[in-house]
Design a protein around this ligand. Structure first.
Ligand SMILES: NC(=O)C1=CN([C@@H]2O[C@H](COP(=O)(O)OP(=O)(O)OC[C@H]3O[C@@H](n4cnc5c(N)ncnc54)[C@H](OP(=O)(O)O)[C@@H]3O)[C@@H](O)[C@H]2O)C=CC1
Ligand SMILES: CC(=O)[C@@H](O)[C@H](O)COP(=O)(O)O
Ligand SMILES: [Mn+2]
Length: 382
């Protein structure tokens, strides 16, 4: 029995991870759940899965939820609460699915406590990949990707030697505005941006898909997960999201992982690894799909992708600034404070102003993140 803690249990990844557990009660049990403010859903989850601990955003929410919980479930709160869930002594596998760099400290704490990690939270690797991967190595902890592209690559690499990799090919759906020109992006609405063509996901990652920053974050995520230089990490537009990513080897063989767009497949693969177990999901019907399309990704059309390669290649605190500015710009767009195209302007502005700190420690990362957020919050588009 694998004992699981889920950080971000009320979100898109968290609820799908619980559905995997629901399908396999003999393989997985839940020991801790961490969420933010959705205490109604968290209460339901606690009654169904009987965790020992749940964590919520504030003391007030913890006091409110405590008397609605099963007798053996304790409510904790805040950053300390998320850390308690991440390091619960009975957990052996932690699903990191809090959105944004708020997931960094709980993920690091879980690694330091020796837990295997199922990593959905890509911002953790973008903002502090060198620290996360170094700690995982020091504590002999596996970080198994949940992000669909990285899970696909991880699956293609089973039994392969790293030296035989020529390049990774990360597929991108193109997001909600893939059929629009840049001129047409000027007055798109939040509702339109949130209508992803293939995946149902949380708001932040859906906007990242629309700006193509999601692919940029995934390029940096792949760099850290697979320890490859940026010139071996390519991206391609593939509008069907059927091929979840590919690996080209030195003998020119290309391995790909295909499937219907359902995150429960990569979530379950990480949870059950190295086993493969059955999953109730829609099978891939290639006759119905009929055609798969591929197009080059144009950096002029998608500047956020260029920013991410630049930040990744320059390194230091620049990826932290890219990520922090992006998180704030996306939040501002979602609350109607700035137009869609100002997301990329905000990130470009913060990156241009930043004085990069080389080989940053955790304090430098926090300082760069705070700085970028402040700059991005104040930025006024022309
Ligand atoms: N959704 C998807 O299909 C995919 C997502 N990912 C990545 O996975 C991560 C999660 O995405 P997704 O599930 O879509 O996001 P959601 O917005 O759906 O869920 C976010 C979760 O994080 C919780 N949360 C937010 N802030 C905090 C905090 N400070 N402390 C504790 N919990 C917090 C939320 O709680 P509450 O709602 O209770 O406030 C919620 O449970 C992201 O990094 C995303 O990029 C990667 C690949 C695919
Ligand atoms: C499901 C998943 O892994 C998302 O990160 C996905 O990649 C979003 O799709 P695009 O960014 O390709 O639009
Ligand atoms: Mn992805």
């Amino acid at each position: 029995m694998r004992k699981i803690a889920i950080l971000g249990s009320t979100g898109s990844i968290g609820t799908q991870a619980l559905d995997v557990i629901r399908q396999h009660p003999e393989q997985f049990s839940v020991v801790a759940l961490a969420a933010g403010k959705n205490i109604d859903l968290l209460t339901e989850q606690a009654h169904e899965f009987q965790p020992q601990l749940v964590s919520v955003a504030t003391k007030e929410l913890a006091e409110k939820i405590q008397h609605q919980l099963p007798l053996n479930t304790k409510a904790v709160w805040g950053e300390e609460g998320a850390l308690a869930a991440a390091t619960h002594p009975d957990a052996d596998f932690v699903i990191s699915a809090i959105v944004g760099s708020a997931g960094l400290l709980p993920t690091l704490a879980a690694i330091e406590a020796g837990k295997a990690i199922g990593l959905a939270n890509k911002e953790t690797l973008v903002t502090a990949g060198h620290i996360v991967m170094r700690k995982a190595k020091e504590h002999d902890v596996s970080v198994i990707p949940i992000d669909s592209e990285h899970s696909a690559i991880f699956q293609c690499l089973q039994g392969e030697d790293k030296s035989a990799i020529r390049r990774l090919i990360i597929t991108a759906s193109g997001g909600s505005f893939r059929d629009l020109t840049r001129e047409q992006l000027a007055d798109v609405t939040v509702k339109e941006a949130l209508a992803h063509p293939n995946w149902s996901m949380g708001a932040k990652v859906t906007i990242d898909s629309a700006t193509m920053m999601n692919k940029g974050l995934e390029v940096i995520e792949a760099h850290w997960l697979f320890d490859l230089p940026y010139n071996k990490i390519d991206t391609i537009l593939h509008k069907e999201s059927i091929i979840h990513s590919m690996v080209e080897f030195t003998d020119r063989a290309v391995m790909a992982q295909l499937g219907t767009p359902d995150m429960r497949t990569p979530i379950q693969y990480a949870m059950a690894y190295p086993k493969r177990i059955p999953l109730e999901t829609e099978p891939l019907d290639l006759m119905k799909v009929s055609q798969l399309h591929f197009t080059a990704l144009d950096f002029k059309r998608y500047p956020c992708l260029a920013f991410a390669y630049e930040a990744g290649q320059k390194g230091g605190t620049l990826p932290t600034v890219l990520n922090g500015a992006n998180e704030v710009a996306v939040a501002r767009f979602l609350r109607g404070d700035i137009p869609f195209l100002a997301i990329e302007d905000t990130i470009a502005h913060a990156m241009a102003k930043h004085k990069v700190v080389e080989n940053p420690g955790l304090e430098d990362i926090f300082e760069a993140d705070r700085w970028a957020r402040q700059i991005a919050e104040k930025y006024q588009p022309a």
